[in-house]
Each structure stands twice: as structure tokens, then as C-alpha cells.
Design a binder for this molecule. Structure first.
Ligand code: FE2
Length: 460
């Protein structure tokens, strides 16, 4: 009978202990689960302390790197060293005095000076806890210098398309993003929404890898400035312009201006980047109607005049210049035809028409015109020649053709970009402009080879 009595045994004690442990494990996992929900989502895989970093504003001796630190990380520093074996010995630390404090939004802006010209560098943003993000850049040279620029526009918000790898694998010195960096269409004055938009794009693994490997020049267009076809009356204007200033490594902007146009030299070429949104008058406003705003147009005229002796001028203009096929359209420069004619006339009078290449986006297509269709100067005839226009888009978006016609045709496919190779022989610049596909391959037919010097560019 005694065997029927519940007698505590070693096995029963063990089972109780297991039950207790299981309850603790369950409680612990519930607490951890709650913590995971209550805390912000983890940042990119590269580092839990640094959300993203990118570089820009490259000159022969300086660069700017902007990084966003994770919540709770107060400061970081930049370490930059020539990208060669044993290069760590001459590493620079920015700031030299220690760590730089992040602003209220976690942003740190490092200005690296005292760099050597035409030199490849590796940089590292690092926190006190040893978390780090690495990047690469090459400084320019003020004189004969060969370089490669990739350019494109239009990617679905946070896209992780293979096209970003294709651009990075071609190792350009610069990536010019010509707008529609996202499609959030923020039409209100909401700085937080714009900051979140930058985080969403820069958190994409392939875009993050590209922006850390290649310095950027970024100019917004409509969908990343405001709503579709946004102009200077968009309520989002103050937020879009101020968040741009904080988040993007950009060249110096005009003091007191809200527009974000920029200009810089690379080798013997001059690059001018115009802002076609911030000061744009609505398409139904009375003539004379401006896309650039009077102040920016005067700035552009001064920049073109300043560049008149350069063997090559690259004008980054986000929207279609050529709209001959349908001049009554509201697309591109058509509604701003008077301003377009004024600029084309100045370019012609400076002798720049044959030394200028326009890089453009907005139309979800790649296209190339050798000047046959781009002439808009005063007194033009059907035989007048304009400058070369190259469209490189879309990075990742449905396709659509805008403007035209284009002498070398149009490629209406997704995952495309443009490439501009400039080889400086010392006497001339050998320029190759082309459109590329998702694998970096040439889009058949969309290639133009030129030899440019002070007398102009000739086919080669
Ligand atoms: Fe677009």
C-alpha cells in the first residue's frame, strides 16, 4: 500500500525544477519580446551604432561626410587614410581633438581637409563603443584629370535594385542623383517626414553600399521635394530645403538663398547643378514664367560666363530640356520656353554650345541627343545645333518617355543609368557618354564619343 502514497522522489524534484526553469524562460522571452516591440527597429546590418554615412563636396583637398548615429549614441569621429597598403600611418582623425557631438537628430557632419589631390581614401565613421561604418572616395585634381561620373534619377522609396550594385561596380568617382530619391510625395511642411525619408532610402543595403563607396551630388526633383509636379508654392518647401541642408553632403550653397544649386570643378571640367523645383513658378502663372527663379537664373548666367574657357561644361538639369515633339506639353522646359531661350542664347554667345553636355532625368527612360534637337537659342533655324543631352533613368520605377525627339533614340526600360567617362590627354578631353542597364552593360545605340578642347567637341 505504501507504494500508492505520493512519496517525493528525486525524479519528481527534478521535474519541478524543470517546470520552474521553463516558467522563467517563458517570462524572460515575454519581457524580451516586449522590449523588441517597444524599441525602434534594428538599423542596418553594418553597425548598430551608425544608421548610415555618405560623402560628397569633393575637391582636390577636401571632402564632407555626413552620418546619422543611432538613438542614444552621442558622438562619433571620422578616421580617413589613403587607400593603400600601410596607409593607416598617415590617417587623419576628424575632428583632430576627439569626437564630434551629434545634433538633435543624430547627424554628424565631418569636414575632412588637408587631403592630397587625386588620391583614393578609405574613411571610417566610428563610435566610442567601436561601432563603425566604412566608405571610400577619391579626391579631384585641379588640372588634367581623368574621371568617371554615373548619373540617374527615380527609384521607388528604399529600392534595393541590383542597378545600385551595377553603378558601384563601375567604380565612378561621383554619382549624380538627379531626383526622385524617393516617392513619398510629402506635400506638407513636415521636417520629420523628410528625415524619415532619408533614413528609408539610406537604410537600403544596396543604396547604402553605393553611397559609401561613391561620393554623391544629389539634386531633388518633384517627388522628393513635394507632390507630383511640385513647384515653389509647395507647402513642403521649408522642410525639404532645410532637411536637405542637414542630411546631404553638398557643395557650398548660395548664402541667403533657399534654392540648392551648386557648381564645382572636376579636373578641367566645370559642373553646374541647377535646382528646378524650389523657386519654380506654377505652370499656369503669367509669363515671363521662371523655372529657376530670378536669383538662381542670374547665378547660372554668372556660372556659365565663368566657365566659358573650360574645355567641357556639364550642366545637371533634372527635367527634360528637349520638348520639340510637343511644345504644348506641360512637361520639362516647355512651359518655361522664354527662360530656356534666354539661357540657350547666352550659352551660344559664350561659345559653349559645342562644349556643353546636359545630364538629365525625370523621364523614366534613357535617351541621347547629339545636339540635333536641342537648339533653342534666339534666331535658330531648322539646321541650328544645340548641345548634347543625355538622359539616364529610371533607377527603379515604371517606364515612361518624356520630351524628344532624341537623335540616338530612347531606351524605355527599367533599371538604367547614365555614364560619363572623361579621359584627359593633357591636350584634349576624350569624352564618352552612354546609357547603361541593370548590369552596367551599354544600352545598344546610346553612346556618343567626343573629343573636346577649347574650340569645342567633335565626334571621335
Ligand atoms: Fe521620376
Amino acid at each position: 500500500m505504501a507504494a500508492l502514497q505520493p512519496v517525493p522522489s528525486a525524479r519528481a524534484a527534478q521535474a519541478r525544477a524543470h517546470g520552474l526553469a521553463a516558467a522563467w524562460v517563458m517570462l524572460l522571452s515575454l519581457v524580451l519580446g516586449w522590449l523588441a516591440v517597444a524599441r525602434p527597429a534594428p538599423l542596418s546590418a553594418q553597425s548598430m551604432g551608425i544608421a548610415w554615412a555618405w560623402s560628397g563636396a569633393i575637391t582636390p583637398e577636401s571632402a564632407v561626410i555626413v552620418a546619422r548615429l543611432a538613438n542614444g549614441v552621442a558622438d562619433a569621429r571620422l578616421v580617413i587614410a589613403p587607400d593603400r597598403a600601410g596607409g593607416e600611418s598617415d590617417a587623419l582623425t576628424v575632428p583632430a581633438t576627439g569626437y564630434q557631438k551629434a545634433d538633435a537628430n543624430g547627424l554628424v557632419r565631418f569636414e575632412a581637409g588637408r587631403l592630397s589631390p587625386a588620391t583614393r581614401y578609405r574613411y571610417r565613421v566610428e563610435t566610442r563603443a567601436g561601432q563603425r561604418l566604412d566608405g571610400r572616395l577619391r579626391t579631384w585634381f585641379d588640372g588634367p584629370f581623368s574621371f568617371r561620373i554615373a548619373f540617374a534619377s527615380c527609384a521607388t522609396t528604399g529600392s534595393n535594385s541590383r542597378v545600385f550594385d551595377a553603378i558601384r561596380e563601375l567604380t565612378p568617382d561621383l554619382f549624380v542623383h538627379m531626383g526622385d530619391f524617393h516617392y513619398l510625395n510629402i506635400a506638407r511642411n513636415d521636417a520629420r517626414a523628410f528625415r524619415r525619408a532619408y533614413d528609408r532610402v539610406l537604410d537600403s543595403p544596396r543604396q547604402s553600399a553605393l553611397y559609401r563607396a561613391v561620393p554623391i551630388v544629389y539634386q531633388y526633383d518633384d517627388h522628393d521635394f513635394g507632390a507630383n509636379n511640385a513647384d515653389g508654392t509647395s507647402p513642403s518647401r521649408p522642410a525639404a530645403t532645410s532637411v536637405y541642408r542637414d542630411h546631404v553632403p553638398h557643395y557650398p550653397l548660395q548664402p541667403g538663398a533657399e534654392t540648392i544649386q551648386q557648381a564645382f570643378g572636376i579636373g578641367r571640367a566645370r559642373v553646374i547643378v541647377t535646382d528646378t523645383r524650389t523657386a519654380r513658378a506654377p505652370v499656369d502663372s503669367p509669363q515671363p514664367r521662371t523655372m529657376l527663379g530670378d536669383a538662381q537664373r542670374r547665378w547660372l548666367e554668372a556660372e556659365l560666363t565663368r566657365a566659358k574657357d573650360a574645355p567641357l561644361v556639364i550642366w545637371v538639369n533634372t527635367v527634360p530640356w528637349i520638348t520639340k515633339a510637343n511644345e504644348s506639353t506641360s512637361e520639362g522646359w516647355a512651359p518655361y520656353a522664354e527662360e530656356r531661350e534666354r539661357l540657350a542664347t547666352l550659352i551660344e554667345s559664350l561659345g559653349l554650345t559645342r562644349r556643353l553636355i546636359m545630364l538629365s532625368g525625370d523621364g523614366h527612360m534613357a535617351a541621347l541627343d547629339d545636339g540635333r534637337n536641342s537648339a533653342y537659342m534666339e534666331g535658330r533655324t531648322k539646321d541650328s545645333r544645340g548641345f548634347v543631352v543625355v538622359h539616364g533613368a529610371p533607377l527603379d520605377r515604371w517606364t515612361r518617355v518624356k520630351g524628344g525627339p532624341y537623335s540616338h533614340g530612347v531606351s524605355r526600360r527599367n533599371h538604367q543609368f547614365g555614364l560619363l567617362d572623361v579621359a584627359d590627354t593633357g591636350t584634349a578631353l576624350e569624352v564618352t557618354a552612354s546609357a547603361r542597364d541593370a548590369y552596367g552593360q551599354l544600352v545598344p545605340g546610346l553612346e556618343l564619343k567626343l573629343r573636346c578642347d577649347k574650340d569645342g567637341c567633335q565626334p571621335r
